[in-house]
Design a protein. Sequence first.
Length: 270
Amino acid sequence: MSLAHPVILVFDSGLGGLTVLREIQKARPDARYVYLADNAFFPYGDLPETVLIDRVVTLIGEMITRHRPDLVVIACHTASTLVLPALRAAYTTPFIGTVPAIKPAAETSRSRIVGILATAGTAKRDYTRALIAEFAGDCKVIIHSPMQLAARAEAFLRGERVDDAAILADIAPCFIEENSRRTDTLVLACTHYPLLLDAFKRIAPWPVTWIDPAPAIARRVVQLIGAVMGAPVLASENSALFTSDAALTPPLSAALAEFGLPVIKTVTVD
Ligand code: DGL
């Protein structure tokens, strides 16, 4: 049963969730979107697990009260691999999470050498380890957590220059060659990273298949709340909410408008 003009809350620590939002918007242009970036706590990748659980459960609860979304998409691997059980226990609103796309990567790889780029938080989660054991047991998996890559993606979207050499150093450890086989598939297990996909493709030591989870999440949204049901909403009905006004620069406002989010607000959550 499809909902007419559903309200969908898309959430991330920062700007990475925009890579998920744009795929969902293609599938449901008739939905109203509230995009929430918890930039006051960015990056999530380094936060202790108890702090992250408390923060996300509180923040999402506040947003559910204020915006009454029909669906919440946690467009953040670092949060999804940890906080989803607590969110589902606390609220009746349906949630869709974003978890490392290890299953499709294992299905894609022919060399059986798969790289995973993830934040330190996602890389160390039991959830991630379990996915690797379940779906990629016969693959050599190189999981690498570049400390600054999510921040570089944010800087890129703010219109700052991002150095190719720094990006190459961030992704290079996932490219290995052994016994005449080499990495052929790379999982982008942080929603920030697809913001730099053009640069990755240009700089990569050799071509690989890059796995971005966003199209699969958009399909899941349609499974859960149905396909398009009505005319597209005006972009002015969507909003981008930030928990801090730091770094809300004019180039970022322009970038957000291109993602269909011309209305930008700072929210206070205690
Ligand atoms: N975009 C987030 C993810 O998918 C995390 C970035 C961060 O805050 O560390 O994991």
